[in-house]
Design a protein around this ligand. Structure first.
Ligand SMILES: [Zn+2]
Length: 393
């Protein structure tokens, strides 16, 4: 194989002799591309430097004497593909891999700002450096061989195709098997049966959109410990976890839909006692998860849960608006916070929905009607569509 040596053009080379003696290491404080054509490299002190361009492939190189490496990657404009730092003997070489040939003008050390500045000439697109991000594009380098053995390289900029993942939604029908959940006061509706039928309706409507992968934590009447439900969802890499429940109150006039997201402290007494009741499911299985969950929950919250808490709250806000617009009755202060064991996954948006009160005569009847079930599911699908559309913007 014949090896052709790329021709290197030294377009600009500037040497500056500092007026004062240099001692010790110089740190690079910041590298910035600003305006239409200005590169600024801020330093901790004055030092010798050399800035020049190379071609085949095009590069901008800055050698800085006695410099230590920059820790943060600088923001790169569209014509810079990549940034590298190569420590050399007594100096640090900064290399900017470019998508096109450029040249430098007015390269100098600005004593006032303690910075190397240079104007970049010959950028083909007349845009501000900051208006286009390099990540939005991919670059294809094409080698064109000349008859004399030399070669030229053409770099093409093509918009990056972002492959979007199909969102995964896990619907959790609360309770099941030996754990019936709340039992209705009038027609003795079991919460476990109600949650399963709502989970199936919601799952069916979500699948009909063709936009999601949908899983149910249970599709029949069997018991699953709370932590297993979360585990199942995480195994499926769920983006959204919706746990469905029905509520009960000593005050039989209380009614309405409500939605909960996780917090260390419950937003109020009712939310607190509700969390205790829903978490009790695991005591039946011989394991007091309600107690241990306090520690697990704290650890998880201490980890990086802020992101999923934010997205959970965002989904809850959208869902409430959609439910309200469908004229479905909602509880006052419907978005509440409580320590539910099923909401402790740190890496997915998780909400717990109390569909309504089985202790309220009218609502127990309403919750059992097919029309109402469809309406609630349709509103939730609209909320889920809105949530994932906004996530992609
Ligand atoms: Zn429940």
């Amino acid at each position: 194989m014949r090896i052709t040596v790329a021709k290197i053009f030294l377009l600009v080379a500037i040497f500056l002799a500092p007026s004062t003696a240099i001692s010790g290491a110089v740190s690079i404080k910041k590298i910035q591309f600003t305006g239409k054509n200005l590169l600024t490299i801020s330093l901790s002190a004055k030092t010798n430097f050399k800035a020049f361009t190379l071609n085949d492939p095009p590069r901008l190189v800055v050698d800085i004497a006695n410099a230590t490496q920059l820790e943060q990657q600088p923001a790169l404009p569209f014509f810079v593909k990549n940034f590298r730092q190569n420590p050399q003997h007594n100096s640090l070489r900064l290399v900017f891999d470019l998508t096109q040939k450029i040249s430098l003008k007015n390269t100098h050390f600005d004593a006032k700002s303690t910075a190397i500045t240079t104007e970049i000439i010959g950028i083909k697109e007349d845009v501000d450096f900051i208006t286009q991000k390099a990540e939005e594009f991919e670059f294809e380098t094409q080698k064109i061989a000349n008859p004399d053995g030399s070669a030229k390289y053409v770099v093409k900029k093509i918009p990056k195709v972002v492959k979007q993942k199909t969102p995964v939604i896990v619907i959790d029908a609360g309770h099941g098997g030996k754990d019936p959940g709340t039992i209705g006061n009038f027609v003795r509706t079991k919460e476990k049966n109600l949650t399963l039928s709502y989970a199936k309706e919601l799952g069916k409507q979500l699948l009909n959109t063709g936009r999601y992968k949908v899983y149910l934590t249970r599709d029949d009447d069997f018991f699953i410990p709370l932590h297993q439900r979360v585990k199942k969802a995480r195994k499926k890499n769920a983006d959204l976890f919706i746990s469905l429940h029905a509520n009960a109150s000593d005050d039989r006039s209380t009614s309405g839909f409500s939605i909960y997201t996780l917090s260390e402290k419950s937003s109020d007494k009712q939310a607190e006692s509700l969390a205790q009741r829903e978490n009790r499911a695991d005591i039946i299985n011989g394991m007091n998860f309600a107690d241990t969950s306090k520690d697990i929950m704290k650890t998880l919250i201490d980890l990086s849960q802020r992101e999923s808490k934010n997205s959970s709250a965002r989904f809850a806000a959208i869902a409430i608006r959609r439910i309200r617009n469908s004229e479905i009755e909602i509880l006052q202060n419907t978005h509440r916070f409580a320590g539910f064991a099923v909401l402790t996954a740190p890496d997915m948006a998780s909400v717990l929905i109390e569909l309504g009160y089985l202790s309220n005569k009218g609502e127990e009847k309403l919750l059992n009607s097919i029309g109402y079930k469809r309406k609630v599911a349709t509103s939730l699908v609209a909320a889920i569509n809105e949530y994932f559309t906004k996530n992609r913007e």
